[in-house]
Ligand binder design. Structure first.
Ligand SMILES: Cc1cc2nc3c(=O)[nH]c(=O)nc-3n(C[C@H](O)[C@H](O)[C@H](O)COP(=O)(O)OP(=O)(O)OC[C@H]3O[C@@H](n4cnc5c(N)ncnc54)[C@H](O)[C@@H]3O)c2cc1C
Length: 249
């Protein structure tokens, strides 16, 4: 337990389009839509990647339309912070002259011995129990693949017509910390897994675990739908055991 922690690798780039040029092409109605939301998985498996032929998912979206979120990002997300008249001008341009389109990469995060949760030998929590400690190192094969996926996403943004004024990367091979999996992975071998195929603990009878921790890998896609589907599958298997009276009511 605690081993084989996985997150998702993360990459991102943005294209800035001229609003007027786009409106000419797609019409006023097309410009009114606040969403884009198109995912592609052309690189989900890709032999071109070499040793690790597993990539992940590109999710294309419009920059979030929330006013405050946009202003904060314009102020903070550049190499240096902007404020005052420079910030006002970039906010004006952003809402009146530009349209920002971006993609996120959710890449396969291979489990390995360098990414795990354990107990901190020195730091204690408020109950004086050893605090949980996360160690996150990327498997050496995943960053090069994620960088190729970011490059491919930028190729897509650069191919759009009318042409973007600029296309620039934010992240090539980061970690998406809010997508978490592993630490109680399922499997058939009790030596190498915590849970059995139905997510019941190998060691503790009738203990089931159905959050993201059962997953042996990160999939290369945001995993919440998989976590929910698996929970339903496990719930059916528990129901069957109740019916067969393998579990007392
Ligand atoms: C900002 C943000 C954006 C996200 N966006 C996406 C997205 O776009 N797409 C996507 O697929 N996923 C997204 N996710 C990830 C998604 O929320 C998680 O993958 C999903 O919630 C994980 O489900 P889980 O059941 O593993 O854990 P959780 O949803 O965290 O459930 C764990 C539950 O256990 C409870 N709990 C903890 N300790 C105890 C205890 N001791 N006793 C009893 N109960 C306890 C907690 O209260 C919680 O309800 C996002 C997450 C965040 C934070």
């Amino acid at each position: 337990m605690g081993r084989n922690l996985t997150f998702s690798t993360f990459g991102k780039a943005t294209a800035v389009f001229d609003r007027a040029e786009l409106a000419e092409k797609v019409g006023k109605e097309g410009m009114g839509l606040p969403f884009l939301l198109r995912s592609i998985q052309d690189d989900y498996f890709n032999e071109r990647f070499g040793t690790l032929p597993k990539g992940g998912t590109h999710n294309f979206l419009l920059h979030h339309p929330n006013l405050i979120n946009a202003a904060v990002r314009l102020a903070m997300d550049s190499k240096y912070s902007v404020w005052g008249s420079e910030l006002k001008e970039s906010i004006r341009r952003y809402f009146r002259e530009e349209l920002w389109m971006e993609f996120e990469v959710f890449g396969e995060f291979l489990p390995h011995s360098g990414c795990y949760v354990d107990l901190d030998p020195t730091h204690k929590d408020k109950w004086q129990l050893p605090a949980a400690r996360i160690t996150n190192r990327h498997h050496p094969l995943i960053d090069p693949v994620n960088k190729l996926m970011v490059r491919r996403g930028m190729d897509v943004l650069e191919a759009i017509r009318p042409k973007a004024k600029k296309v620039f990367p934010w992240a090539w091979a980061n970690t998406t910390y809010h997508l978490q999996h592993g630490t109680c992975r399922f499997g058939t071998d009790p030596e190498r897994s915590v849970l059995d195929a139905n997510c019941q603990s190998h060691e503790v009878k009738n203990l089931y675990v159905t959050d993201g921790s059962f997953m042996p890998s990160s999939l290369g896609v945001p995993a919440t739908a998989t976590i929910i589907s698996n929970s339903l599958r496990v719930a059916y298997s528990i129901r069957e055991r109740f019916i067969k009276r393998e579990i007392d009511g």
